[in-house]
Design a protein around this ligand. Structure first.
Ligand SMILES: C[S@@+](CC[C@H](N)C(=O)[O-])C[C@H]1O[C@@H](n2cnc3c(N)ncnc32)[C@H](O)[C@@H]1O
Length: 209
């Protein structure tokens, strides 16, 4: 099992019951994301958690391949789609950098609250670029842990030692994330910072067509 899976497995049940922190921002992100869909869209979701967002998007696309590192998250997600009779989502236990998808085969890749949890986001961003068709988009929403959050840099390793936080949490701001995306070849199609300025960023990055 991947070293990060242990933490997420442990909290999966509790995570599935947590209410959305900012419902208005969540709804806006869903709406903007759906603006990039057609009924033919092939969607890949990285770090899908318990599948809630994939389930909402399922009626608007052809197929969703949703991956997560945590077997418990995926089990809960599978239970929800079975219960709702949804047939166009395939779930897979996999790390973002291990996903095996042919180059230029997906229209949209989604990564919600995942990029700051990756050991090496640049490798994953490069992989996303490869998997997308020309003109495809990578839609991400990311917590930006910088500035006054620096105290967390000390707290997180202690939390990880006691199994209370993930082991990998990366610190970067929205500009640094934007640079990582453009360095990989993406154009920024849309960018929005919901909530308190600078704490998170929602970006739609487009692979030139
Ligand atoms: C903060 S949760 C976000 C879940 C979901 N995207 C959402 O917005 O509710 C992060 C998720 O990413 C998964 N995860 C963490 N590291 C991962 C990795 N390297 N590859 C794939 N999934 C990962 C965790 O298991 C967890 O389900």
């Amino acid at each position: 099992m991947h070293k990060e899976a242990k933490f997420w497995d442990k909290i999966a049940e509790k995570y599935s019951k947590q209410p959305i922190a900012d419902e208005a921002a969540y709804q806006k992100k869903l709406k903007i994301t759906q603006g990039y869909f057609t009924p033919e869209t092939e969607l890949l979701e990285l770090g899908c958690g318990t599948g809630s967002t994939a389930i909402i998007h399922a009626p608007f696309v052809r197929h969703i391949h949703a991956v997560d590192i945590s077997p418990n998250m995926i089990e809960i997600a599978k239970g929800k789609v079975d219960h709702e009779g949804i047939k166009n989502i395939t779930f897979e236990v996999a790390a973002c950098d291990e996903v095996n998808i042919p180059d230029a085969s997906v229209d949209v890749v989604m990564g919600m609250s995942i990029l700051h949890l990756l050991e090496d986001k640049e490798t994953v961003i490069a992989k996303v670029y490869q998997m997308l068709k020309p003109g495809g988009v990578f839609i991400s929403s990311t917590v930006c842990l910088t500035g006054m959050m620096k105290l967390l840099k000390l707290i997180i390793p202690i939390g990880a030692f006691f199994g209370k936080t993930p082991q990998t949490v990366r610190f970067f701001n929205s500009k640094e994330l934007e640079n990582s995306l453009t360095d990989a070849g993406f154009d920024i199609d849309y960018q929005w910072q919901p909530g308190k300025k600078g704490m998170a960023v929602f970006i739609v990055a487009k692979k030139p067509g």
